[in-house]
Design a protein around this ligand. Sequence first.
Ligand SMILES: O=C(O)CCC(=O)C(=O)O
Ligand SMILES: [Fe+2]
Length: 200
Amino acid sequence: MNPLFEPIIDGILTDGYGIADAFLSPGETTALADQLHRRKEAGQFRSAGVGNQQVMVEKAIRGDEIVWLDEATAAPAEATFLQRIGAFVEYINQTCYLGLRDYEFHYALYPPGTFYKRHLDQFRSDSRRKLSVICYLNSNWQPTDGGQLALYLPNPGGIEHTVTVEPVGGRLICFESGRLEHEVLPATRDRLSLTGWLKV
Ligand SMILES: O=C(O)CCC(=O)C(=O)O
Ligand SMILES: [Fe+2]
């Protein structure tokens, strides 16, 4: 049993989502946030798109800016992060037989007032996304800063249950991409994260 990964999988199976509050150490979180800011200053961020090819920029749906991580050009902090995700994928495959074969991650920066309206991560033509993973890079996040992730838990035959998660630095959240609708609420300060998908 892996003490870091097992509770995440357990959460997905029992509650529909799994959380690890210390997926990244404070030092790793800061290093990744610094790297995000470096990439921002280097002009690498682009407005995120919506839809299959992510070609349409629609600020009424989502207002974040993103940069995709590339293993080949990853800074040391990014390589460490991707290695841990690789180990997580391996562990999931050994324990849940999901047959994951690939993963993709991007930084996301939500400037103050921006949001991502309620959505599902699995596009009709991209059913390869099995699990959504978000890792937050915010230091000293307060509930009054906003920016919660709202999860809409389906309840067949009953009333939908909403859970909100604070985007606290070092925290990872994971859920089934094709199953759980969710929403990013507006924040009063920059909201930083690494978001990705584990794919078959
Ligand atoms: O940052 C979050 O909490 C969620 C981001 C999200 O839903 C997405 O990028 O698809
Ligand atoms: Fe999403």
